[in-house]
Design a protein around this ligand. Structure first.
Ligand SMILES: Nc1ncnc2c1ncn2[C@@H]1O[C@H](COP(=O)(O)OP(=O)(O)OP(=O)(O)O)[C@@H](O)[C@H]1O
Length: 495
C-alpha cells in the first residue's frame, strides 16, 4: 500500500517505538515526521501542514514533565490549527473511556500498540482517508440516507444514527417539555448515548446552543464524586487549589446526562435529589446555596424498580428521575433493521457495497445473539473491511468474521426438534409445551413467515416463564430481559 507525497506526524514518547513507526510509515510511502512530547508535536503542527496525525495518548507535555493523557491535547490542538488533518490514535490501553474521548475529539480510527507492520499503518490510513472523503461528501450521504428516511419508518441523522420515526417524534416531544426527565433503558451498545445526543440536538434547534454534560457514573472516583458533581471551594480539602464548578453547574440551562445511573451511591443520590427538587445545592466546603436548572437524562442497563427493591436506589430518587421513558430494544429483537445498519455503516466508511453483499451479510448477522448490540455489529463490520484490505481483495462475504459466541449452531432442524422432544416428557406436557412443540413442528415442515413463527414461539416461552415463576419480576430476571422489555412483550402478545 503506497501513499506517495502524503505526510504524517507520529507522536510517541518511547524513542525505539517512534523510530519503528516512522520507518513503517516510510515503507508505505508516507513522508514521516516524529515528535516525542506534546510540546514538540504542537511546535511542528504550528509550522508545518500534515495530512495525517498518528498520536499516542499517554505521553508527557515536555521532557521534564510527568506522563499524562497529553495525546488528547495534541488532537485538539491539531484539529484547531489544521482542520483538514486526519487523526488516528494509538494506545496500549483500549480502555473505553479513552476510546470514546478520542473519537469525540475527532479521531477517525484507534490502533492498538505496538504496531508491528507497515500494512497495519497503511490499512488504517486508507480507511481514515475513505471515511474523511465520505463525511466531506455530505450531499451523497444525505441522498443515500433519504432513501431510507423517505419510507417514513426511520429518521436517519447525518452522523449515521438511525432511529424509528416514532422514537424521533417522541424525542421531539421531550425536547419541547424540558422539565420532563428522560429515562433510557437498554442493554449496552443499543444507542442510549446516541439518543441522548439527539435530544440535545433537538433542543439546540429550538433554543440555540445549550450545554450537554455527560457523566459516566461508574467512572466517578468515590473520593471525588461530590467535588466532580457539585464543585468545591478553594481550600476545601488538600489539593483543592482552586474553586471549581461541578458537572451540575456546567449543565445549567442545558442537559445533564447520567450514564449507568444505577451505579451512583446512596449519599450522592440524596444530594442529587435535592438539586432535582428545587435546583439548590452547595459546593464541597461551602455553605452557600447555589442554583442550577437542567433537564435530566439517565441511562441504565438495569431495571430501576429492582434496584429500588434491592435497596441500591432510593425510591424517592427513582421517582424523581422518572418521567418520559424509552426502552431501546436489543439488536436481536430488531432483525429487520440489520440491513439498514449495515448499509449506513459502509456508506459512512466511504465504501460502495452492492445490495447482494449487504443481503448476504445481513442474512448471516441475523442468526447472531449480539450481546454488544449495534456497537458490536459495527466492530464486526469494521473488522470485515480490515480483513479485505489485509488480503488485498474486494470486500466479500468471506471477510465477515462473526464473534465466536455468536456462531450459528449447526444442528439441523430435525436434531433440534429431537432435543426439544427429549427435554419435554410427552406424557407430562402442559398445553403450553404442546403448543411450543406444534409450533416447532410447523416451523420445520411448512413455509411460514419466520418473524411470525418466532413471535409465536417467544409468546409461548413468556407464558411458560411467567407461569413457572408465578411472578413477572422473577420471570424477566430469569429470561435476562428488563422489566420494561417484558411489559412491552406482554402488551404485544396480550399476555
Ligand atoms: N441508533 C443507532 N444508529 C446508528 N448507530 C448506532 C445507534 N445506536 C448505537 N449506535 C452505534 O453503537 C455505538 C454505541 O452506542 P451508544 O454508546 O449510544 O450505546 P449505549 O447504549 O449508550 O451503550 P453503553 O450502555 O455501553 O454506554 C455508537 O457509537 C454507534 O456507533
Amino acid at each position: 500500500m503506497k501513499f506517495e507525497e502524503l505526510s504524517i506526524l507520529i507522536v510517541e514518547d518511547c524513542q525505539d517505538e517512534l523510530e519503528t513507526y516512522i520507518s513503517l510509515a516510510k515503507t508505505c510511502g508516507l513522508i514521516a515526521y516524529g515528535a516525542s512530547t506534546s510540546d514538540e508535536a504542537k511546535q511542528l503542527l504550528s509550522i508545518k501542514g500534515f495530512d495525517f496525525l498518528l498520536t499516542d495518548i499517554h505521553l508527557s507535555a515536555n521532557k521534564d514533565s510527568e506522563i499524562g493523557e497529553f495525546g488528547f491535547e495534541i488532537i485538539q490542538y491539531a484539529l484547531e490549527t489544521q482542520p483538514q488533518l486526519t487523526v488516528l490514535t494509538m494506545s496500549h490501553d483500549m480502555d473505553r473511556a479513552i476510546f470514546e474521548r478520542a473519537f469525540a475529539l475527532g479521531t477517525t480510527h484507534f490502533l492498538r500498540k505496538p504496531i508491528t507492520s507497515a500494512d497495519e499503518i497503511g490499512i488504517y490510513i486508507k480507511l481514515a482517508s475513505q471515511k474523511k472523503i465520505a463525511s466531506q461528501n455530505d450531499d451523497s450521504l444525505s441522498v443515500f440516507l433519504n432513501q431510507f428516511s423517505n419510507n417514513n419508518l426511520y429518521k436517519i441523522y447525518k452522523n449515521g444514527v438511525i432511529i424509528s420515526s416514532k422514537q424521533d417524534k417522541f424525542l421531539s416531544g421531550v425536547a419541547k417539555n424540558k422539565k420532563i426527565p428522560l429515562v433510557l433503558y437498554g442493554e449496552t451498545g443499543t444507542g442510549k448515548e446516541e439518543f441522548a445526543k439527539i435530544l440535545h440536538k433537538k433542543r439546540v434547534e429550538i433554543e440555540g446552543m445549550i450545554p450537554f454534560v455527560i457523566v459516566n457514573c461508574p467512572l466517578l472516583d468515590n473520593d471525588l464524586t461530590n467535588s466532580l458533581l457539585f464543585g468545591h471551594k478553594k481550600g476545601a480539602f488538600t489539593g483543592a487549589n482552586e474553586t471549581t464548578n461541578g458537572y451540575v453547574a456546567a449543565a445549567n440551562n442545558g442537559i445533564l446526562f447520567l450514564d449507568e445511573v444505577q451505579s451512583l451511591d446512596i449519599p450522592t443520590q440524596r444530594k442529587l435529589l435535592r438539586v432535582l427538587n428545587d435546583g439548590s445545592y452547595s459546593r464541597v466546603g461551602d455553605m452557600r446555596i447555589i442554583h442550577t436548572y437542567f433537564q435530566l437524562i439517565v441511562a441504565t442497563t438495569k431495571d430501576l424498580d429492582e434496584e429500588v427493591e434491592a435497596g441500591r436506589m432510593l425510591a424517592d430518587f427513582k421517582y424523581r428521575i422518572s418521567g418520559a421513558e424509552l426502552t431501546l430494544d436489543p439488536l436481536r429483537d430488531r432483525l429487520d433493521d440489520i440491513s439498514i445498519f449495515i448499509s449506513v455503516f459502509f456508506k459512512k466508511e466511504g465504501l460502495f457495497v452492492n445490495e447482494e453483499l449487504i443481503n448476504q451479510i445481513a442474512y448471516k448477522c441475523k442468526n447472531c445473539f449480539w450481546k454488544g448490540n449495534i456497537r458490536q455489529l459495527f466492530r464486526v463490520l469494521q473488522r470485515m473491511i480490515i480483513n479485505s484490505q489485509l488480503h488485498e481483495e474486494d470486500l466479500n462475504i468471506h471477510h465477515l468474521q462473526l464473534p465466536n459466541e455468536n456462531a450459528t449452531k449447526s444442528l439441523s432442524g430435525k436434531k433440534i426438534f429431537a432435543c426439544v422432544n427429549e427435554l419435554i416428557n410427552p406424557n407430562e406436557n402442559s398445553q403450553n409445551e404442546l403448543e411450543l412443540l406444534n409450533l416447532l413442528q410447523q416451523a420445520f415442515h411448512t413455509d411460514q413467515s419466520l418473524n411470525h413463527l418466532l413471535d409465536e414461539i417467544e409468546k409461548q416461552i413468556l407464558i411458560n416463564a411467567i407461569k413457572r415463576h408465578d411472578s413477572i419480576a422473577k420471570a424477566h430476571t430469569g429470561l435476562g430481559i428488563s422489566r420494561n422489555a417484558i411489559d412491552a412483550k406482554r402488551k404485544k402478545y396480550k399476555i
